[in-house]
Write a protein that binds this ligand. Structure first.
Ligand code: NAI
Length: 308
């Protein structure tokens, strides 16, 4: 199985590293426009293999798309990340041009690939990739919900003082500080709703911390995060390549689901070898429906910037 990651920066290289360590794919191609950069990252990762025991071949290339031929999955992380005080939305102009040209280039060599879009503002970039390539909607997947849900579960684990792997939780809606929706009502610890253990106030704090989870890290690090984003992409790629059929909230094209049309936004999906295999219809209450409609309206406004 072959994965190409376009953009060998913080998120792309971390993703390659996790894919190699966990043996998710047999070959990873890292591609970047910065001369020699992807080659350097790939060699560094490959030199971990004998001490950590993986066999994945990691190859770095500078803008040579011929080396990406036959990829089963292509991950797009190329673009600029946030700086402190910036929103994901402010990245739109530069990243739109990059995402469009990259998706067209990868398809020349891997016409059957599934594309995972990571570059921000991710929901809008996913929509753009879908429209620019004309690919069927199951083959364009935006990664945001996997990360936001991981952050949600981390904050729940800290508040509950319980192991994160016993906690279930999901974040849907847009991948933005004000648009994501941590579904606190449906979160559980060993199958029991977390509301049995946490006050409304504590749960509200968990939701608030989750929503600014990325911004908190951007402030601390001076640029946007990469360990959890890279691992979240790898988790999604694993479910595709190894046909795990995990339920993962992803930004996908909606045609009536959750009351929305002609938009890419985060909803729970079954992810397997065909990409998005099913959009799962989780019953939302009235408050959650209202939040989802507001979130979709904000994403739609962002999408309008594409035609400017
Ligand atoms: P970074 O700056 O470390 O890496 C980006 C890389 O893309 C650079 O190495 C750059 O040379 C390369 N690049 C730029 N234009 C290119 C092109 N046309 N072709 C190939 N490579 C190109 O940035 P980082 O931190 O890795 O973030 C990447 C993107 O992912 C940003 O847009 C960021 O906002 C987004 N992101 C999305 C997340 C999500 O959950 N969806 C989470 C974290 C970051």
């Amino acid at each position: 199985m072959k994965v190409t990651i376009v953009g060998a920066g913080n998120v792309g290289a971390t993703c390659a590293d996790v894919i190699a360590y966990r043996g998710i794919a047999s070959e990873v191609v890292l591609l970047d426009i910065k001369e020699g950069f992807a080659e350097g990252k790939a060699l560094d990762i490959m030199q971990c293999a004998s001490n950590t025991g993986f066999n994945t071949r990691v190859v770095g290339v500078t803008n040579d798309y011929s080396k990406t031929a036959g990829s089963d999955v292509v991950v797009i992380t190329s673009g600029i990340p946030r700086k402190p005080g910036m929103t994901r939305e402010e990245l739109i102009g530069i990243n739109a041009g990059i995402v469009k040209s990259v998706s067209e280039s990868v398809l020349q060599y891997s016409p059957n690939t599934i594309i995972v879009v990571v570059s921000n503002p991710m929901d809008t970039m996913t929509y753009l990739a879908l429209k620019a390539t004309g690919l069927p909607k199951n083959r364009i997947i935006g990664m945001g919900g996997a990360l936001d849900s991981a952050r949600f579960k981390t904050y729940l684990s800290l508040a509950l003082d319980k192991p994160v792997n016993d906690i279930k939780g999901m974040v849907i809606g847009g991948h933005g500080d004000t648009t994501m929706i941590p579904l606190t009502r449906l979160a559980s610890y060993n199958g029991v709703p977390v509301s049995q253990f946490l006050t409304d106030e504590a749960l509200g704090q968990v939701a608030a911390d989750t929503m600014v989870g990325g911004a908190t890290l951007t402030k601390l690090l001076g640029t946007s995060a990469w360990y959890a984003p890279g691992a979240s992409v790898a988790y999604l790629v694993d479910s595709i390549l190894n046909d795990q059929k995990k339920m993962i909230p992803c930004s996908v094209f909606l045609e009536g689901e959750y009351g929305q049309d002609d938009i890419c936004i985060g909803v729970p999906c079954i992810i397997g070898k065909n990409g998005v295999e099913q959009i799962v219809d989780v019953e939302l209450n009235d408050g959650e429906k209202e939040l989802f409609a507001k979130s979709a309206a904000a994403v739609r406004t962002m999408n309008e910037a594409l035609s400017n």
